[in-house]
Design a binder for this molecule. Structure first.
Ligand SMILES: NC(=O)c1ccc[n+]([C@@H]2O[C@H](COP(=O)([O-])OP(=O)(O)OC[C@H]3O[C@@H](n4cnc5c(N)ncnc54)[C@H](O)[C@@H]3O)[C@@H](O)[C@H]2O)c1
Length: 258
C-alpha cells in the first residue's frame, strides 16, 4: 500500500480474528489506522494484533461477542480510551447457515444464532458507533459486511434473509445519518474460502474448490483480502461522497445469470 489512506484514524473491526476481518485489520493498520481487533476468538485476535505490531502497526485486542451490546460498547470504549476517539467501525463478524440444513429444517437455535450475529450484531455496531460519532461532534464511517447472498436469493434462505437485512439497513442508515456526516456502506463478498461455512473444513477437495470457483463469472474464488481492500477504500476519504451503497466484491456472481 503506497498511500496511508487511514493515517491517524481509529477503527474497530469485528470478526478480525479470521478471514475478511483479519485481512482488513492488517490492511487498515498498514494504511495508518489504530485498530481495535474485536472477536469471540481471543487467540485469533491475539495473532492478528501480533502480526500488525510485527509489521510496525498499532492495534489492541478486545474480546467481543457481537450478540452482546456491552461487548461492542466495550470495544468502542477501548478505542476511545486508548486513542481518544473512534473514526471507523467495520461490522464484519458473521456466520453461515449450518451445512446441510434447509430453511424448512432450521431450528429456533439456528435462527436465533444467525439473526443475532449477522443482523443484530451489525445493528448494535451501527448504533453504538453512531452514538459515539455524534458524541464526538459528528463525522464517522460505518462499513458493514453483507454478502452477495444479501443481493440475490442464493446461499440459503436464512443466511440470505440476515444479509438482505444488512443491505437495507445500510441504505436506510446512510440516509438517516447523513446529516451527522456519517457515511454507511457495505461490502458484499462472493464465495470465499475462510473459516466460514463450507470453507471451514480447511481441506476442501479439488472438485469442491473447482465447483466453488465456477460460481462467479470470473471463474475463481474471491480472496478474503479483496473485500477487505474495498472496505479500506470505503473507510477512507477517497470514498467521501459514497454512502448508502452495497458493493458486490463477487467476481460478477450477482451481475446476472450465466
Ligand atoms: N466466506 C464466504 O464465502 C462469505 C461470503 C460472503 C460474505 N461473507 C461474510 O464475510 C464476513 C466474514 O466472514 P469470513 O468469510 O471472513 O469468515 P471467518 O469465519 O473466517 O471469519 C469470521 C470471524 O467472525 C468471528 N465471529 C463469529 N461469531 C462472532 C461473534 N458472535 N462475535 C464476534 N465475532 C464473531 C469468528 O470468530 C471469525 O474470526 C461474514 O459477515 C460473512 O457472513 C462470507
Amino acid at each position: 500500500m503506497s498511500e496511508r489512506l487511514l493515517e491517524g484514524k481509529t477503527a474497530v473491526i469485528t470478526g478480525s480474528g479470521s478471514g475478511v476481518g483479519k485481512a482488513a485489520a492488517l490492511l487498515f493498520a498498514e494504511a495508518g489506522a489504530k485498530v481495535i481487533c474485536a472477536d469471540v476468538q481471543d487467540e485469533w485476535i491475539a495473532n492478528t494484533v501480533s502480526e500488525i505490531k510485527s509489521a510496525g502497526g498499532e492495534a489492541k485486542a478486545a474480546h467481543c461477542d457481537v450478540r452482546k451490546r456491552e461487548d461492542i460498547q466495550a470495544a468502542v470504549d477501548a478505542a476511545v480510551a486508548a486513542y481518544g476517539r473512534l473514526d471507523i467501525i467495520y461490522n464484519n463478524a458473521g456466520v453461515s447457515s449450518p451445512l446441510g440444513k434447509t430453511f424448512l429444517t432450521n431450528t429456533d437455535d439456528e435462527i436465533d444464532r444467525l439473526t443475532e450475529i449477522n443482523f443484530r450484531g451489525v445493528l448494535y455496531g451501527c448504533q453504538i458507533a453512531g452514538r459515539q460519532f455524534v458524541k464526538q461532534g459528528g463525522g464517522g464511517v460505518i462499513v458493514n459486511t453483507a454478502s452477495a447472498a444479501g443481493l440475490i436469493g442464493w446461499g440459503g434462505s436464512l443466511y440470505c434473509g440476515t444479509k438482505g437485512a444488512v443491505v437495507n439497513l445500510t441504505r436506510a442508515l446512510a440516509i438517516e445519518l447523513a446529516s451527522e456526516n456519517i457515511r454507511v456502506n457495505s461490502v458484499c463478498p462472493g464465495v470465499m474460502v475462510t473459516n466460514f461455512g463450507i470453507g471451514a473444513a480447511g481441506n476442501l477437495s479439488e472438485a469442491t474448490l473447482a465447483g466453488m470457483a465456477k460460481i462467479a463469472p470470473i471463474g475463481r474464488i474471491t480472496d478474503a483480502s479483496e473485500p477487505a481492500r474495498v472496505a479500506l477504500f470505503l473507510a477512507s476519504d477517497h470514498a467521501i461522497t459514497i454512502t448508502g451503497t452495497n458493493i458486490p466484491v463477487d467476481g460478477g456472481m450477482t451481475a446476472g445469470k450465466k
